[in-house]
Write a protein that binds this ligand. Structure first.
Ligand code: HEM
Length: 445
C-alpha cells in the first residue's frame, strides 16, 4: 500500500511540539500500561499519576485550539489522524473494514504473536469468513447464547467457591477474584475439563507479554505451538455447553482456522474479568444502584448489563481503537491519503463533559433508556461492522457473575482510591490493587 506523503492534505496538521505532546501525554502512557497484557506496577503508577486525566487535557486543549475536525500527525513515513468529534469517530467505525481496516499495522505486529489468523488482523475474503465464524459461534446477535443456562450454572458454582474462600479471611483481592474468573472462562470457552488447565492460559499470558512489545521481540513459535496443541485437544473433546462444543458444530471454510480464533477469545475474556471487578467496586460504593442491581431479574439481567457497560465506558479496556485507511478518504477539510492510521481515543469520548451530562458518574440507566445510543462515540465494545462479536456473551457472563456475588455477599471497598458517588470518578482505576471486605448475606444451602 502506498504510504501517505508529507504534503498538506487540507486537514489541520499538528506542529511538532503538539505532536510530541500527544505522543508523550496520550500514546506513551497507554502503551506503557501494557496494551495487550496489563502490567500491575505500571497500572499502579498510572493511577497515582492520573495519566488518563493528563491525556484528556492534551486532547481537550487541541480541540479548543483547532476545533473538532480530525487532526493530522505526521511522523517519518507515517500519517496518524485523531478524530475529535464523535461524528467523525462514529463514521470511521461504521466504514470498517473498508476503507478503514481494523487490521492496522501496530495491531498486526502485536496480535500476530499469539493469533496470526485472528479475525481482527485479517483482511479481505479471509476476514469475511472468520468474522462469520466468530458471529456464528459467539451468537453475536443473540442477547442470550443458547448455552446460557449452562453458563449461568458454571458462573454460580465458581462465584460460590470464590466467596467461600473470601469469607474465611473476610477479604476479596484481585488474585482470588482472578483465579475464579479464569476457571469460569476456561469452563465456558473450553469445557469443564479445562477448569484447572492453568498451563493453557499461562502460555497465552506469556505470548501476550511479548505482544506488548509488538516489534521488539521475536515470535516464540515453540510456546505458540504448545498453546495450539492444547487448544486443539480441548476442541477435540467438543464438550457440550461450552464454546468448544459450539465450534465443533459450526460450519468452517478452509480459510477459517477455528483453533486460530480461540486465542483472541481467551485474551479478550481477560478484559471482561477486569471490567467485572471494577463494576463490583462501582456497585459496592453506589448504594442506590446496588439496590437496583439486586432487584434485577435473570436470565437477561438488563440493569447489571448496564452496570458492566458503564464499567467499560468509564475505564475502556481498548483505549485506542486503531484503523488503517485502505484508500484515499474525503473529510470536510480535505483528503486523507490511503495508509493513514486513525486513532480513536475512547476515554476522551467516553468522558466528554461537553457532550455528556453523565461524563464522570456511574449511570447504568443510559444503556437502558436510549441516552447512550445518541452518542456515536460511546463505544465500549467498538461499533459498526467490526464491533466486538463477543459483546452479548461477555454481558451474559459478567452480569451473571455480578448477580451471583451481590446475592450472596456484601462488599465494602477497602482499597484506595475509594469511589465516591458525590465526586467525579477517577479517570484511571487500577484493578490489581482493588480490595473488598466481604460478609455473607445469608447462609448458603
Ligand atoms: C469486557 C470485555 C470485552 C471488551 C470491552 C471488548 C471490546 C472489543 C473492542 C473495543 C473491539 C474492537 C477492537 C478493535 O477494533 O481494535 C473488540 C473486537 C473483538 N472482540 Fe471483543 N471485547 C471484550 C471481550 C470479548 C470476548 C470475551 C470475545 C470472545 C469470546 C471477544 C471477541 C472479539 C473479536 C473476535 C473481535 C474482533 C472483531 C472483528 O475484527 O471483526 N471480545 N472487542
Amino acid at each position: 500500500m502506498p504510504r501517505p506523503t508529507a504534503e498538506d492534505h487540507g486537514l489541520s496538521t499538528l506542529s511538532t511540539a503538539e505532536a510530541l505532546r500527544v505522543f508523550g501525554g496520550v500514546a506513551l502512557p497507554t502503551i506503557a500500561g501494557g496494551v495487550i497484557k496489563r502490567l500491575p506496577p505500571m497500572m499502579a503508577a498510572a493511577e497515582k499519576l492520573r495519566v488518563d486525566e493528563g491525556a484528556d487535557r492534551v486532547l481537550r486543549r487541541l480541540r479548543d485550539r483547532h476545533g473538532d475536525g480530525p487532526l493530522l500527525i505526521k511522523a517519518p513515513g507515517r500519517t496518524f489522524v485523531l478524530p475529535l468529534s464523535s461524528a467523525d469517530a462514529g463514521r470511521v467505525l461504521d466504514e470498517s473494514p473498508s476503507p478503514f481496516t481494523p487490521a492496522n499495522l501496530e495491531k498486526n505486529a502485536a496480535l500476530s504473536h499469539f493469533q496470526p489468523h485472528g479475525v481482527l488482523i485479517s483482511r479481505g475474503a479471509e476476514r469475511d469468513v472468520r468474522r462469520q465464524f466468530n458471529e456464528n459461534v459467539l451468537e453475536t446477535g443473540e442477547p442470550l447464547h443458547h448455552i446460557a443456562p449452562a453458563v449461568a450454572e458454571k458462573v454460580h458454582e465458581e462465584a460460590g467457591r470464590m466467596l467461600e474462600l473470601a469469607e474465611v479471611g473476610g477479604r476479596l483481592d484481585w488474585d482470588a477474584f482472578n483465579l475464579a474468573w479464569w476457571r469460569i472462562v476456561r469452563r465456558v470457552a473450553l469445557g469443564d475439563a479445562a477448569r484447572d488447565d492453568h498451563r493453557t492460559t499461562d502460555l497465552l499470558a506469556r505470548l501476550r507479554l511479548r505482544a506488548n512489545l509488538a516489534y521488539g521481540l521475536k515470535k516464540n513459535k515453540a510456546v505458540r505451538e504448545e498453546l495450539n496443541q492444547r487448544l486443539r485437544a480441548h476442541l477435540a473433546r467438543a464438550e457440550k455447553d461450552s464454546l468448544a462444543g459450539v465450534v465443533a458444530q459450526a460450519p468452517a471454510q478452509p480459510e477459517t482456522d477455528p483453533v486460530g480464533q480461540l486465542p483472541h477469545w481467551l485474551f479478550a475474556f481477560d478484559a471482561a474479568g477486569i471490567t467485572s471487578y471494577r463494576a463490583l467496586a462501582l456497585l459496592a460504593t453506589h448504594a442506590a444502584e446496588r439496590e437496583k442491581a439486586r432487584q434485577d431479574q435473570g436470565p437477561l439481567l438488563p440493569y447489571l448489563r448496564g452496570c458492566q457497560l458503564e464499567s467499560v465506558r468509564l475505564w475502556p479496556t481498548t483505549p485506542m481503537i486503531l484503523r488503517d485507511s485502505t484508500k484515499d478518504t474525503e473529510w470536510d477539510g480535505g483528503t486523507l491519503p490511503a495508509g493513514s492510521t486513525v486513532v480513536i481515543f475512547a476515554p476522551f469520548f467516553h468522558r466528554d463533559e461537553e457532550e455528556l451530562p453523565f461524563a464522570d458518574q456511574f449511570v447504568p440507566e443510559i444503556w437502558l433508556d436510549g441516552r447512550a445510543k445518541q452518542h456515536p462515540a460511546l463505544v465500549p465494545f467498538s461499533a459498526g461492522p467490526a464491533e466486538c462479536p463477543g459483546r452479548n456473551l461477555v454481558l451474559l457472563v459478567t452480569s451473571t457473575l455480578l448477580s451471583a456475588l451481590l446475592q450472596r455477599a456484601d462488599f465494602t471497598m477497602v482499597s484506595r482510591p475509594r469511589l465516591d458517588p458525590a465526586q467525579q470518578l477517577p479517570s484511571t482505576f487500577d484493578n490489581f490493587s482493588l480490595e473488598f471486605d466481604v460478609t455473607a448475606r445469608r447462609p448458603r444451602p
